[in-house]
Ligand binder design. Structure first.
Ligand code: URA
Length: 199
């Protein structure tokens, strides 16, 4: 097993055994799985969503339900093969009733995300939604540029992690496009910026 895969496997084991999580009993009572992440362990681009939904928790895979179908469409529109990127969330267990992640949940799970980023060492971190946007910007020295997602979606920021420089790009969450055609077009247009980084 290569070193990235080995380190990511360790994260998986830790999250599986995260009995301290307020979402742990909800996971086990419903026979759900935590969703650690999926894709290329040496990816140039990491996508960070918010938290797994029902389909994701049932399958243990990120973005495999309705939002996932939109994400697949957005990736295809930017000529990016899903297998070449890594896809994860800040919160690794499903919150009840699809509610937004709570600050305590973000605090508990975000160190796993930071480790995933430092292991994979992507050129680009792309967030999907405002919670992952706020987390990444505050965590990686971009607090001063944090605005509402309607103001900064699709914009390119440069910052650094422990391993070196990376590009940060916030996107709307694909779910916003489910019932709004204009949002889907905005997302598709924003995703075009990724073409140059996927090469
Ligand atoms: N929404 C998310 O934020 N993440 C998923 O994995 C699925 C839906």
């Amino acid at each position: 097993m290569d070193s990235h895969t080995e380190k990511l496997k360790k994260i998986k084991e830790e999250v599986i055994n995260l009995t301290a999580s307020p979402l742990y009993s909800y996971r086990t009572e419903n026979h759900y799985h935590p969703v650690i992440g999926e894709g290329d362990h040496y990816a140039k681009i990491i996508f960070v969503g918010e938290a797994p939904g029902k389909n994701e928790a049932e399958q243990g895979r990120p973005f495999c339900g309705a939002s996932g179908r939109i994400l697949d469409e957005l990736l295809a529109a930017a000529a990016i093969d899903r297998k070449t990127v890594y896809i994860t969330n800040i919160v690794k267990d499903r919150p009840p009733d699809n509610r937004d992640p709570l600050p305590a949940e973000i605090d508990l799970y975000s160190p796993f995300l930071d480790r995933q980023i430092n292991i994979i060492q992507p050129k680009v971190v792309a967030t999907l939604g405002r919670y992952s946007m706020a987390y990444i910007m505050q965590r990686y020295g971009l607090s001063g540029e944090l605005k509402s997602i309607s103001q900064i979606h699709g914009k390119v920021f440069k910052t650094t992690a422990d391993y070196g420089e990376f590009t940060y790009i916030p996107f709307y969450h694909p779910a916003v496009a489910a019932y709004q055609f204009s949002m889907r077009e905005t997302l598709k247009k924003d995703f075009q910026i990724l073409r140059e980084y996927a090469k």
